[in-house]
Ligand binder design. Structure first.
Ligand SMILES: [Cu+2]
Length: 149
């Protein structure tokens, strides 16, 4: 009996690892500050596959234009620049967080409200995409656990 339990546990583990995924973790869309024309979204992207995944674009429900941005020091100034693709190496995580990579949200058709859940979709090469229902969070209410500044 114990042996059977072991065998079935092993099978479940094996099936799980066979359908390795790229997953979105801790997704947060920030609500627009009153008067601001843009906002941001943060998350962790976990590539649990043996292949490089290449992020090429993103969509957020109710937002007309979404860009992938990074922060860079240029002449001693922190500046944002747009990325047209981002590689996530096999078995690696990429963090989108304040002061680093982020999704920039422009031209809202509908302003995301704190407490709402809205759909966020990431598009990869080869036509692959992943979607999640993201939490909308007000500036200052975001989780602090990833802060390293
Ligand atoms: Cu930006």
């Amino acid at each position: 009996m114990r042996f059977l339990v072991f065998i079935s546990a092993f099978c479940i583990f094996y099936i799980n690892s066979a359908i390795a995924h790229t997953t979105l973790i801790d997704v947060q869309v920030r609500s627009f500050i009153p008067g601001a024309s843009n906002s941001v979204a943060y998350f962790t992207l976990d590539n649990d596959t043996k292949d490089i995944r290449t992020l090429v674009s993103a969509e957020v429900e109710g937002i007309k234009r979404v860009e992938i941005h990074q922060h860079k020091f240029i002449n001693g100034m922190m500046k944002m620049s747009r990325l047209h693709s981002l590689d996530i190496n096999a078995y690696h995580q990429v963090h989108f967080r304040p002061g680093g990579l982020h999704l920039m949200l422009f031209e809202p058709i509908q302003f995301p409200k704190p407490g709402d859940k809205i759909k966020l979709t990431l598009h990869f090469t080869k036509g692959e995409s992943i979607s999640i229902q993201a939490d909308v969070i007000k500036l200052g209410e975001e989780k602090q656990n990833h802060s390293h500044h």
